[in-house]
Design a protein. Structure first.
Length: 105
């Protein structure tokens, strides 16, 4: 993504952003990006505090991979590898698996 000369020190496969925060800038240039699950955050750390007895469930957090034009195959491969390494993608408890689905936890 650097100077466009392959094999130099500034060659990068993708930029990585927390959540969807960095997706806007590449989108304006028409560059591809993909957002995948990146874990969860504690929803109970708010000011002012929730009413007594209310416990919020953890909220989802994402990770955005962004690359240069026509880098979709590499971004998909990176995002897939991230998902396989972290297993952050968790189906909601209200959604039962389909027959034949394999859920890895």
């Amino acid at each position: 993504m650097g100077d466009g000369i392959p094999g130099t020190a500034d060659d990068d496969d993708a930029l990585l952003f927390s959540g969807n925060s960095g997706a806007g800038t590449p989108a304006k240039a028409g560059y591809p990006r993909i957002v995948v699950p990146g874990g969860f955050f504690d929803n109970n750390l708010v000011t002012p505090a929730f009413p007594a007895g209310f416990v919020a469930k953890p909220g989802p957090a994402g990770v955005t991979f962004s690359g240069v034009a026509f880098s979709e195959p590499r971004l998909i491969a990176l995002a897939y590898a991230f998902e396989q390494a972290t297993h952050y993608r968790v189906p909601p408890p209200s959604t039962p698996p389909l027959p034949g689905d394999i859920v890895v936890r």
